[in-house]
Design a protein around this ligand. Structure first.
Ligand code: NDP
Length: 443
């Protein structure tokens, strides 16, 4: 029955391979749930869960600095609002298409449920490539994008945030245009804002910090700690940099990270101040970081960062970036824990190899949920017109990550899969969304 159901989903969503992959992974994990509650299959619950409530696709015309006109495509998939208003980031990257946004929205629905906060799932973005564009070009693009998107948003409807290619600069331009069109200062309509204008302390750090807290909790279940471990991270954007920062604070050594041009290794530890300056402030290349470090760092153009031996690996760039071969290499080099900072960065083959080797594996929908959880904390602050300290916000984040870890762990045990965080996260997220959907009738 599950395979038939999956076939129907394939047919209705042709060519959307990342969406198929995300759905299949969840369906596989839910087998023990269906075995106990076969009625779930009769109520078309899975079909409803896999069908977004609304999908918006729109034209985004904009002019570059030379006056040349470009046309991009904008997306917002409002996936599921059983637990709260749609919530999830915007991604600006040339690889963006409907299938990618749907996979992200589907994952987001279950992830948001795990946080225990009142938020539904959604995701959006565009195939616009911000790389190499001036601030003025990015601003014009964001203004055009929001000119259509604003009519679908609202603090009780849909609240976007950042993702790949969308950070505080882009959220600023988007918020400015929203405010201008609506003539309303609705702070709660976007998260990831600057702290000065309604943003939350610790939001930019949250995904990376939360990922490391979750990974440390996994290690604790085996009597291990993060201190003294070598950490390899892929990517060098928002999630990656803050994961390295928290790992360092907890006594581990981040020794390698990457970008789309290659990876850098520095056995004594990456210089995080310089890395932030190069990647987050100057929006430069990782090769420039290595040049500025002189002989201390080695840059490997086009290489796979997973070649670098480590005890902890944190894939934090993009989907399907850690495959079966990479997993074999990591296992051979003695990896103990893999925590997904990115969404679905490990291929199904990669996950299988890691699990068969007994490596602790934290799936993205649990391990990287700290970002969206802190976005929900930002919404709380906006609603009460308050702003909390960094320490208070980080303490809440840590508490939420420990709650998510416990929930995944105990759910996996309850279904006879001890230590299987993939099953734990998928089942726990599903149970919460399913209960709310059923309670609200056939919607
Ligand atoms: P950023 O844009 O800040 O950074 C992305 C990093 O990944 C960059 O170093 C980029 O390299 C690299 N990268 C992106 N796409 C590719 C690709 N196709 N091949 C190789 N490298 C790539 O994004 P974030 O750090 O915000 O997001 C990273 C991941 O974390 C994404 O999967 C996102 O969905 C997920 N995530 C983010 C959250 C957040 O709060 N921001 C919350 C939860 C999950 P380069 O500089 O060369 O482009």
């Amino acid at each position: 029955m599950i395979e038939k159901l999956y076939d129907r989903i394939l047919h209705r969503n042709p060519g959307e391979k990342e969406f198929h992959q995300a759905v299949w992974e969840v369906l596989e994990s839910l087998k023990p749930v269906f075995a106990r509650r076969p009625e779930l299959l009769d109520e078309a619950l899975i079909e409803r869960l896999c069908e977004p409530e609304r999908q918006i696709i729109f034209r985004v015309p904009w002019a570059d600095d030379s006056g040349k006109i470009h046309v991009n495509r904008g997306f917002r998939v409002e996936f599921n609002s059983a637990l709260g208003p749609y919530k999830g980031g915007l991604r600006f990257h040339p690889s963006v298409n409907l299938g990618i946004i749907k996979f992200l929205g589907f994952e987001q629905t279950l992830k948001n449920a795990l946080t225990g906060m009142p938020i539904g799932g959604g995701k959006g973005g565009s195939d616009f490539d911000p790389k190499g564009r001036s601030d003025a070009e990015v601003m014009r693009f964001c203004q055009s994008f929001m000119t259509e998107l604003y009519r679908h948003l609202g603090e009780y409807t849909d609240i976007p945030a950042g993702d790949i290619g969308v950070g505080e600069r882009e959220i600023g331009y988007l918020f400015g245009q929203y405010r201008r069109i609506t003539n309303r200062y609705e702070s709660g309509v976007l998260t990831g804002k600057g702290v000065l204008w309604g943003g939350s302390q610790a939001r930019s750090e949250a995904t990376g910090y939360g990922l490391v807290v979750f990974t440390a909790e996994m290690l604790k279940t085996r009597g291990e700690e993060l201190e003294g471990k070598r950490v390899v991270v892929s990517g060098s954007g928002n999630v990656a940099v803050h994961a390295m920062e928290k790992a360092q604070q907890l006594g581990a050594t981040p020794i390698a990270c990457s970008d789309s041009g290659g990876y850098v290794v520095e056995e004594k530890g990456i210089d995080l101040d310089l890395l932030k300056q190069v990647k987050l402030v100057e929006r430069g290349r990782l090769s420039a970081y290595a040049e500025r470090r002189g002989g201390a760092a080695r840059f490997v153009p086009g290489g796979r960062v997973w070649e670098v031996p480590c005890e902890v690996a944190l894939p934090s760039a993009t989907q399907n970036e850690l495959d079966e071969d990479d997993a074999v290499t990591l296992v051979r080099n003695g990896v103990q824990a893999v925590g997904e900072g990115a969404n679905m960065p490990t291929t199904p083959g990669g996950v299988r190899v890691l699990r068969e080797a007994g490596v602790l594996f934290g799936p993205g929908k649990a391990a990287n949920a700290g970002g969206v959880a802190t976005s929900a904390l930002e919404m709380q602050q906006n609603a009460s017109r308050d702003s909390w300290t960094f320490e208070h916000t980080e303490a809440r984040l840590t508490e939420i990550m420990r709650h998510i870890h416990r929930l995944c762990h105990t759910t996996a045990e309850r279904y006879g899969r001890p230590g299987d965080y993939v099953a734990g996260a998928n089942i726990a997220g599903f149970e919460l969304v399913e209960e709310a959907m059923v309670a609200q009738g056939l919607v």
